[in-house]
Ligand binder design. Structure first.
Ligand SMILES: NC(=O)c1ccc[n+]([C@@H]2O[C@H](COP(=O)([O-])OP(=O)(O)OC[C@H]3O[C@@H](n4cnc5c(N)ncnc54)[C@H](OP(=O)(O)O)[C@@H]3O)[C@@H](O)[C@H]2O)c1
Length: 247
């Protein structure tokens, strides 16, 4: 029986670790063709080799999501290699949280560039293919911080709110092309994300929160759930947390 995943061509940004890597493994095991994008090419090349050795189909393309032409190259290469693009997962992101009065302007700009513009670049790269195919699925990664702000994460929360707004706007606009849109908002999931915090005291408190983190497969299963629905079912939002997480 078709699981809604087998044979689909899936592009994943931020596939070199964490949620992206776990999703690549799960979807590959379920028969999807995977195009992996991230800046650390050695990591995604190794992952592509591993997925291929296990009987899957995978390619790796060095991609910095802040560069629109690089994201386009990732998606176009997936289309050339596998014949189409069914799913775009805008996953790359970082979380260098700090109170606003520390004026960590470089961190603010990096979050805006990767977490917001990176998602827009993914949409820009995938839409032409999906419009032409009259079908596709764009999944973007927000966060619990896309639903709630708290002291110390204002810029990250703003970028993740933006991802939800973009995904909802996109949802309404792409009806004529039969494209599905899903935004997934995880709580604390065990990945390298806390390492992106640049302020030592903030890093310490983030690492404490992440003691309750759940495995990255929790996210991958949420992606698989959205993908495996019948074509006329569009799962637009998934919000999940560790059972122990209060925020
Ligand atoms: N883990 C959580 O608790 C959690 C919760 C809510 C939301 N999220 C979101 O989940 C997404 C994935 O994060 P993660 O938790 O899996 O963290 P992670 O392990 O640190 O992974 C982040 C990924 O983003 C990629 N990335 C960063 N900057 C990039 C750039 N300029 N161009 C291309 N790729 C870039 C990294 O690859 P390279 O460094 O190799 O480029 C890496 O593959 C992020 O959007 C994050 O905000 C995570």
């Amino acid at each position: 029986m078709n699981n809604g995943i087998e044979g689909k061509v899936v592009v994943i940004t931020g596939a070199s670790s964490g949620l992206g890597e776990a999703t690549a493994r799960l979807l590959s095991a379920q028969g999807a063709c995977i195009a992996l994008g991230a800046r650390r090419f050695d990591r995604i090349q190794r992952l592509a080799n591993e997925l291929s050795a296990n009987g899957g189909k995978a390619i790796a393309v060095a991609t910095d999501v802040t560069q629109c032409d690089q994201v386009k190259r990732l998606v176009d290469t997936a289309a050339q290699t596998f014949g189409r693009v069914d799913v775009m997962i805008n996953n790359a992101g970082l979380m260098p949280n700090s109170p606003l009065d520390r004026l960590k302007i470089d961190d603010w700009n990096r979050m805006i560039d990767v977490n917001i513009k990176g998602v827009l670049h993914g949409i820009a790269a995938a839409l032409p293919h999906m419009k032409q195919q009259k079908g596709g699925h764009i999944i973007s990664v927000s966060s619990v911080a896309g639903h709630k702000v708290r002291p110390g994460n204002a810029v990250y929360a703003a970028t993740k709110h933006a991802v939800r707004v973009l995904s909802e706007g996109l949802r309404m606009e792409v009806k004529p092309y039969n494209i599905r849109t899903t935004v997934i908002s995880p709580g604390a999931v065990a990945t390298e994300l806390p390492n992106s915090v640049t302020e030592p005291d903030v890093a310490e408190s983030v690492h404490k929160i992440y003691e309750a983190a759940i495995p990255a497969e929790s996210f991958a299963r949420a992606v698989a759930f959205a993908l495996s629905q019948p074509e006329d079912v569009d799962v637009n939002e998934i919000l999940f947390r560790p059972t122990r997480q209060e925020f």
